[in-house]
Design a protein around this ligand. Sequence first.
Ligand code: APR
Length: 233
Amino acid sequence: MEKIVILTGAGISAESGLGTFRDQGGLWAQYRIEDVATPEAFARDPALVQGFYNARRTQAAAARPNAAHQALARLQRNRPAEVTIVTQNVDSLHEAGGARDVLHMHGRLDKALCAACGYRWEAPLEMQVAEPCPDCRSPSARPDVVWFGEMPYHMPEIYDHLASATIFAAIGTSGQVYPAAAFVHEAAAAGARTIEMNLEPSAGVSSFDETLPGMATETVPRWVEGLLARRTT
Ligand code: APR
């Protein structure tokens, strides 16, 4: 029984108009991580951090899934194998493209989290500073995204999937942020065949058995059609 584990990064949403982080003009060329994407930044200047995520949430809400998101959803639907999508992205374009049970290891823009009681709810497009938690009422609402220095979500489940993967694909990620950048090693150690689909070789490209360079909306549908055409179970 095939077990396909797919890791996606900002590159899969680039053709839907959402910025990547480390490309020319990317988000980390416009903002400093330490100003907008750490717990210390949020404590120091919650208005700046909420403003940064409000802008990204509004942009993500207006974006549409592209052919790469839709192809992965098709693979999940049509392939008897277990297909698990792990994303570093905080947009919900995989779900909008029809994917199910996506593991958002860096959280999601469309969710809010209470830092006091852990309650989660649908985030409004614009979150206010010190917004009261709908459950415990304390003014501790924050975006439900994982900041640098915080633990990514779903790690035990992700490592379980990697440990039994027969195919591991990394799509649209520069391979510069851990623990995601090491998933290819976990999958390879489990005997999986590994493939990278990226616009340009990532930092970890040499760890992959195969690479399919190019735009995700071209490479991912081609890869999925190839898998669906194969008879193997
Ligand atoms: N098709 C395929 N790949 C693309 C495309 C495209 N149309 N456009 C860009 N890419 C590739 C780039 O070549 C780059 O290697 O996508 C990759 C995006 O890399 P990053 O901007 O570093 O994004 P990502 O790897 O997802 O970053 C990981 O870092 O800042 C944190 O939390 C943030 O989740 C993010 C994490």
